[in-house]
Design a protein around this ligand. Structure first.
Ligand SMILES: [Zn+2]
Length: 335
């Protein structure tokens, strides 16, 4: 994302919202006061623009890009990749339309992406594809699906199979960690792999479960053993639940093992020592509440309560500067 200066943002607000510069300044200062100067003047101007419905960012440009550079809503892109998996063609029927959709997975040296083909004439190309073919995709757009960025091909798009003069090396391996999408909590959907930045507003007492010392998975409650490692020892592992809030909404986050340790900033031994020790836990809680973090994880639905929750995959500390960057990225995704 290209950073804009304060003056550039104000200029955009002036033109699009048809308000005076003085009025904008008043609103920006109000924001700065309200957020106790935790953010920059530019950051405050971004928030004001957002509130007034002013679009500060230009649409991302098309052209030849790498998989990692894809941005949501980007149109008319060109990507060179190697076919990793072919999912085939299936028929679909919704209220509004029916037809065929083909899909496959491609990779380049920066990442992997699913390609979804909607254009009927392109199905011939999808049928011809083989694993390890090099493909040049043209006229595609980027769309989100289940929390991942995907390459979509509608009418006017092209798939060139093994185009002359084009080669691709060092393709990323299947099975590597997917890249998280930065989101606000209110935008989360089931199955998203997302990163949210916010504040811990509630923390519950850690619980412990018996895990296999070999693989760390929960042991079978009936046999008390791991299915795969019958002779392995058992050890107690922590699981911590918190409520996390980013100003748009809050969500329960569940953290197991290492993630529980980094969430509470304590190692497993110290966590086990807290077991049934309520006064020490109260002290810990007081320290944890209000902590600002960036948490990455998978969004799942808690069937019992019908609510979304996140299973933490990574926990990072944040400083106000990073918070501002998150804010900008989030705006970009929302728009
Ligand atoms: Zn095991």
């Amino acid at each position: 994302m290209v950073g804009l200066t304060y003056e550039q943002i104000v200029e955009k607000i002036k033109i699009q919202a048809k308000v005076s510069e003085d009025e904008i300044k008043v609103r920006v200062n109000e924001k700065l006061d309200k957020l106790s100067n935790l953010i920059s003047k530019e950051g405050a101007a971004h928030i004001v623009a957002n509130e007034m419905g002013v679009k500060v960012f230009e649409a991302p440009k098309g052209g030849r890009i790498k998989i990692k550079e894809m941005q949501l809503m980007q149109r008319n892109i060109e990507i060179l990749g190697k076919v990793q998996k072919i999912y085939g063609i299936r028929e679909f029927k919704t209220q509004n339309r029916e037809g065929k959709v083909g899909s496959f997975l491609i990779g380049d040296d920066t990442g992997l992406s699913r390609v979804t083909v909607w254009d009927e004439p392109l199905m011939i190309d999808v049928e011809r594809l083989k694993e390890d073919n090099t493909v040049l995709i043209k006229g595609a757009y980027v769309k989100e699906n289940n929390g991942y960025k995907e390459i979509h091909l509608g009418s006017g798009a092209q798939i060139l199979i093994n185009p002359p003069g084009e080669t691709i090396d060092n393709v990323v391996q299947v099975g590597q960690k997917p890249e998280a999408i930065v989101k606000q909590i209110s935008q989360l959907n089931e199955r998203d792999f997302a990163a949210v930045t916010g504040t811990i507003v509630q923390v519950f007492e850690p619980k412990f479960y018996e895990a296999c010392s070999e693989c760390g998975k929960k042991v079978n409650p009936e046999t008390g053993r791991c299915k795969e490692h019958l002779s392995a020892n058992k050890q107690l592992m922590p699981v911590v639940n918190i409520i996390f809030d980013d100003g748009t909404e809050n969500i329960r986050i569940v953290a197991f093992r290492d993630q529980a340790e980094s969430l509470l900033d304590l190692n497993n031994e110290k966590l086990i020592a807290l077991k049934d020790n309520f006064s020490d836990f109260d002290e810990l809680r007081a320290k944890i509440l209000g902590k600002q973090l960036k948490i990455t994880g998978r969004v799942v639905k808690n069937e019992m309560f019908g609510k979304l929750e996140m299973v933490a995959n990574n926990v990072e500390k944040v400083n106000p500067k990073e918070l501002l960057n998150e804010l900008k990225t989030t705006e970009e995704v929302v728009r």
